[in-house]
Design a protein around this ligand. Structure first.
Ligand code: SF4
Ligand code: SF4
Ligand code: SF4
Length: 409
């Protein structure tokens, strides 16, 4: 069987999303749950109203803005590069960005060095779009430098806004030393390498090395990974891992309106590309608030294409996540992992998600069917609960990091 045919077959066998017509019919009258309580139904209109549309980028016309091109810097701190690539999601509009702006720095795509930026006058960069968390001395130096040189700093993507996956390293009790030791001596590939090439003792990168040619230096890791706004003042936030096309279009529109038409920017501190409701309000799945007695992964069941994933026992962070991505994951049968971060009303996304899940266990007085111990058993089936509930927001959570108390663990 040809390589791609295997996937075609899988697609054919996979549960299909309900056609729009069928969904409309299903949602046309209220349904009752097995316990007789009225379900919350979402009409296609209400879901459509909660969708974030692409911004009209009409203002971003070919040709330079009336006052000349603006300066734009795009920088990645502790990032995977996905945020940089996501900027290309504006499709052919990327070509007109060159008309609007001089790209003075974009390490993944263009030349432009630290000293070029250092030589620029303060405030001469109109916008710096920074992705990634701050996890080492170089990240900190660069974001502070860009802040000094920029009028507007945008915190772009989950890692910059909430710490993202890099901030999960804050849960390592021994901090950077334990992290380096593990990565360079314990992972199978590094252990093999060390055994083969460094038989006199494992070599772990140091921040300084006196080579015959002179002193070589590397950036130093920090014990605690920080969000961008824990290090510098941030003007706007664009969450997501990476941000969706709609979010990027809203950011570009704000910048283009400002550059071409002098339109005032959004209020400082605004989060661009989100709606005022939770992800559940953007999700077309039918929510019945069924009581769950078992937690499952999507691959363990035949996922109902229309029913809320939580109702099927799949942990979904939609109730604790701000809407903006148009429910990309849940539409294809994958639970939301919360990459857009919490709603403004919530500080602890993980705790908020736990509350939503707890409300689905049958423990209310009038319908109690399972004991506390049974709930503890069910919850214990969640592998890596901190990693699940704080996959993107550990940097911003009140927990922040693992601490070792004196004399304790
Ligand atoms: S937010 Fe996601 S895509 Fe962006 S840098 Fe972090 S991990 Fe990569
Ligand atoms: S919990 Fe998840 S699957 Fe259910 S409605 Fe909310 S976002 Fe959709
Ligand atoms: S559904 Fe959740 S995890 Fe998926 S893109 Fe949206 S916010 Fe991120």
């Amino acid at each position: 069987m040809a390589f791609f045919d295997r996937f075609r077959k899988k697609e054919k066998d996979a549960p299909k999303a309900a056609p729009a017509k069928k969904e409309a019919k299903k949602e046309s009258k209220p349904m009752a749950s097995s316990k007789g309580a009225e379900c919350v139904m979402k009409t296609p209109e209400s879901v459509a109203a909660a969708q974030l549309k692409m911004a009209d980028l009409g203002a971003l016309l070919p040709g330079a803005p009336p006052n000349g091109k603006i300066n734009l810097a795009i920088y990645w701190a502790a990032a995977c590069g996905g945020c940089d690539v996501s900027l290309l999601d504006v499709n052919e509009r990327i070509l007109t960005i060159g008309d609007m702006a001089n790209i003075v720095m974009w390490p993944i795509a263009a030349d432009g060095k630290e000293h070029d930026i250092a030589e620029m006058a303060d405030g001469s960069i109109t916008v710096s779009i920074i992705s990634g968390a701050v996890r080492n001395t170089e990240n900190e130096h660069m974001v502070k430098l860009l802040r000094k040189k920029s009028v507007i700093v945008v915190s772009y993507g989950a890692c910059a806004c909430h710490g993202g996956s890099p901030a999960l390293a804050n849960l390592i009790p021994g901090g950077k030393d334990e992290l380096l030791e593990y990565v360079y001596t314990k992972t199978p590939t590094s252990a093999d390498f060390q055994a083969e090439y460094n038989s006199s003792g494992a070599v772990i990168p140091q921040s300084e090395y006196e080579a015959p040619e002179g002193l070589l230096t590397l950036p130093m890791l920090y014990d605690t990974v920080k969000t961008l706004d824990q290090v510098i003042d941030v003007d706007y936030y664009v969450p997501g891992c990476p941000p969706m096309q709609e979010s990027i279009s809203h950011l570009l529109k704000a910048v283009a309106d400002f550059a071409y038409n002098g339109v005032a920017l959004p209020p400082k501190g605004a989060t661009v590309g989100v709606v005022s409701k939770t992800l559940c309000d953007q999700c077309p799945r039918r929510k019945e608030y069924r009581r769950i007695t078992k937690i499952v992964e999507p691959h363990q069941i035949d996922v109902d294409p229309d029913l809320c994933l939580m109702d099927q026992g799949i942990l979904c962070l939609g109730p604790a996540t701000v809407g903006g991505c148009n429910a990309r994951c849940t539409r294809i049968g994958q639970p939301c992992r919360g990459c857009y971060g919490p709603t403004p009303a919530v500080q602890e996304q993980g705790a908020s998600a736990l509350t939503a899940i707890a409300s689905l266990f049958p423990v209310l007085d009038d319908d109690a069917t399972i004991e506390e111990d049974a709930i503890a058993d069910i919850m214990s089936t969640i592998k890596d609960p901190l990693g699940y509930f704080y996959a993107f927001t550990m940097g911003k959570s009140l927990l922040k990091r693992h601490v070792v108390e004196k004399g304790g663990k």
